[in-house]
Design a protein around this ligand. Structure first.
Ligand SMILES: [Zn+2]
Length: 189
């Protein structure tokens, strides 16, 4: 991270929805430990996987523009400015993907699988997505979705959707919504 960004921590170290600075990090560790055949002790660390989610204590939303590196919260460079300075946009759209991209299209996993097929990680971690329905067309699946995402202007919202789409994207409508009220203005210091 560059120094300029460090100096402006207050700009991004806040909830992107309500601008609150009351944040909490949920960190999950997964460790694989080697078992000693003599003593049964599981101590030697073979591998460790860390997953962190930063959450706002005021509006309870996850903060996909923040992540944790070496015990410190850092901004996701290509995302934070757009999300913190942006406004919510709601798009009604379809993404047509190869059916091989969809792991399951029925049952309790369907919504997540269709969202991931349509927009990958951005769909499941950043956007708020609602899969309305899907249709099969030969080898392809047409996924109809409502998506809420943050962007500074309409062109950027379209760009973000296009970059995230894993198939052919068609936007039927795109509307700017108003930002949820800022959390207790003036409380930042
Ligand atoms: Zn918040």
């Amino acid at each position: 991270m560059n120094e300029e960004l460090e100096g402006e921590r207050g700009a991004w170290l806040r909830c992107y929805r309500c601008w609150s600075q009351r944040l909490e990090a949920q960190v999950h560790y997964d460790a694989i430990l080697r078992v000693d055949p003599e003593t049964g002790e599981a101590a030697e660390r073979v591998e460790e996987v860390q997953e962190a989610v930063v959450q706002c204590l005021d509006c309870m939303h996850d903060q996909p523009h923040l992540t944790i590196e070496e015990g410190r919260v850092v901004a996701v460079e290509d995302r934070w400015e757009r999300m913190v300075a942006g406004k919510p946009f709601v798009a009604s759209c379809t993404v047509t993907v190869d059916q091989d991209l969809v792991e399951s299209c029925s049952g309790p996993e369907a919504a997540d699988a269709l969202t991931y097929a349509a927009f990958g990680d951005s769909g499941t971690r950043e956007f708020f997505t609602h899969v309305r329905f899907h249709k099969h067309d030969d080898e392809r699946i047409i996924i109809h979705l409502l998506v809420e995402l943050y962007a500074r202007h309409e062109e950027e919202a379209v760009e973000v959707l296009e970059q995230a789409a894993r198939g052919v994207l068609e936007i039927t409508s795109l509307a700017e919504e108003s930002r949820p009220p800022a959390h207790a203005p003036g409380e930042a210091h």
